[in-house]
Design a protein around this ligand. Structure first.
Ligand SMILES: O=C(O)C1=C[C@@H](OP(=O)(O)O)[C@@H](O)[C@H](O)C1
Ligand SMILES: C=C(OP(=O)(O)O)C(=O)O
Length: 439
């Protein structure tokens, strides 16, 4: 596998455990990617409290490939980034985006600004994910953008420079195409006017982009037809610094663990409100009957073990919560129906099928349709089993939560993949009380 995830394969056994205590949420992956690339589009910037993980390291490599530099402090608490000031160089080598869809989409659009050819690739999973709509958009802008295999998947070849202009693009495959075009569009001559051909899925991620752009002094706006960013703008954060907030997708595993297995209380810190749609996990848990409280001013969420009931929940805006909600549904009484989830099939793995199959292996009763996942909770208790993390960080972490309340130990293959978004997940899990054995 290309990339810099050099962790060797790791099976992780989770024994049934109770959790509790206080824990700090890891920094947001989505905000970190955007801050690193925004600093690249700028003259430079300091990014404080970044997430340093396999995926965000891929974005750092891309900024360097385009002529910037990234200097990590010894404790990874800051990144000093020198940017390429809106003018990416033609990379000396192929850009390896490893497992990171966000990196590939965002920096493919950067390649369309360079005066020459950029080649991008990634690991097996990333080379099976859809890139066609973004390639099409770059061609509409007058650039060249091709899949080497002609199947809309990486490896990709991009040639610029483009000057901006209007593009039409579907919104129901990945919002990352929109983010990519808005971030690149700000430093084109003409700007980019995005016309959405379908409804937008994962919409809050575009709001995260608009929030980060604004912090870097760049305006992008929502229009009746989609989004618009004017050209000729300069990236520069106030005071030269940008601070990354906590990650609600990562928090979802901790909060689910608390709602299923905290006898006293589990307190999660670093939960300041932001544009993250995945903060909806608090509402989902509340609707399921969890005892949960979010003090937004202090950025602290507390939860404890509660008996949960199934609900219907649409994940059109929050695809990354599907594995967590599926596990909650398997433990809750009654039925949980997760709707609007077709786009969750285009992730590191097809997460709808993956969760249906792995929860079934643990004894749950699950029904999978193209756009809906139904979990018949309360029918049987989850059984400890050997399950496959599918080389997907979110499948691994959600199955670890299931393991807390299964009857007997659960062994998850591929535990090392948490490095993608939450590198110290198993240390944190142990610290809150989970019994974790790494093999
Ligand atoms: O822009 C982002 O940071 C992300 C957007 C979402 O993807 P899609 O827009 O492809 O659904 C999400 O699943 C991914 O984890 C991160
Ligand atoms: C889908 C994800 O990320 P990406 O698209 O960046 O690979 C994720 O983190 O769940």
């Amino acid at each position: 596998m290309p990339g810099d995830c050099d962790d060797s394969p790791m099976n992780v056994e989770i024994a049934p455990s109770r959790v509790g205590g206080r824990v700090q949420a890891p920094p947001s992956k989505s905000y970190t990617h955007r801050a690193i690339l925004a600093a690249g589009y700028a003259d430079g910037a300091t990014v404080t409290d970044p997430l340093v993980s396999a995926d965000t390291r891929a974005t750092m490599r891309a900024v360097e490939a385009y002529g910037g530099s990234v200097d990590r402090s010894a404790d990874d608490s800051t990144l000093e980034i020198e940017g390429f000031d809106g003018h990416p160089e033609v990379p000396d080598d192929v850009i390896d985006c490893a497992n990171s869809g966000t990196t590939m989409r965002l920096v493919t659009a950067t390649g369309a600004l360079a005066d020459g050819i950029t080649v991008l690739t990634g690991d097996d999973s990333l080379r099976s994910r859809p890139q066609g709509p973004l390639l099409d958009a770059i061609e509409q802008l007058g650039g060249r953008a091709e899949s080497t295999r002609g199947n809309g998947q990486a490896p990709l070849v991009v040639e610029g420079p483009v000057d901006g202009g209007p593009v039409s693009i579907p919104g129901d495959v990945s919002s990352q195409y929109i983010t990519a075009l808005l971030m690149a569009g700000a430093v084109t001559d003409a700007g980019i006017e995005i016309n959405l051909e379908t409804e937008l899925k994962s919409a809050p991620y575009v709001q995260i982009t608009i929030e980060v752009l604004s912090a870097f002094g760049v305006d992008a706006v929502e229009t009746d037809a989609g989004f618009r960013v004017e050209g000729g703008q300069s990236y520069a954060p106030e005071g030269g610094e940008y601070a990354v907030p906590g990650d609600f997708s990562s928090m979802s595993y901790l909060l689910a663990a608390g709602a299923l297995a905290a006898d006293d209380e589990l307190e999660v810190r670093g939960a300041q409100p932001s544009a993250q749609g995945d903060a909806a996990i608090v509402d989902v848990l509340e609707r399921m009957g969890a005892d949960i409280d979010w003090n937004r001013d202090r950025g602290v969420i507390t939860t404890r073990r509660s008996s949960l009931s199934g609900i219907e929940v649409g994940v059109e805006d929050t695809p990354d919560l599907l594995p967590t909600i599926a596990v909650l549904g398997a433990v809750a009484d009654e039925t949980t129906t997760i709707t609007d989830c077709e786009h969750v099939r285009y992730k590191e793995t097809d997460r709808v099928s993956a969760m249906a199959e792995e929860l079934t292996a643990m004894g749950a009763s699950v029904d999978e349709e193209q756009d809906t996942l139904t979990i018949y909770g309360g029918e049987t208790d989850l059984q400890g089993a050997t399950v496959d993390g599918r080389a997907d960080h979110r499948i691994v972490m959600s199955l670890a939560v299931a393991g807390l309340v299964a009857d007997g130990p659960t062994t998850i293959a591929g535990g090392e993949h948490v490095d993608v978004s939450f590198p110290d997940f198993f240390d944190v899990f142990e610290r809150i009380g989970a019994t974790v054995t790494r093999e």
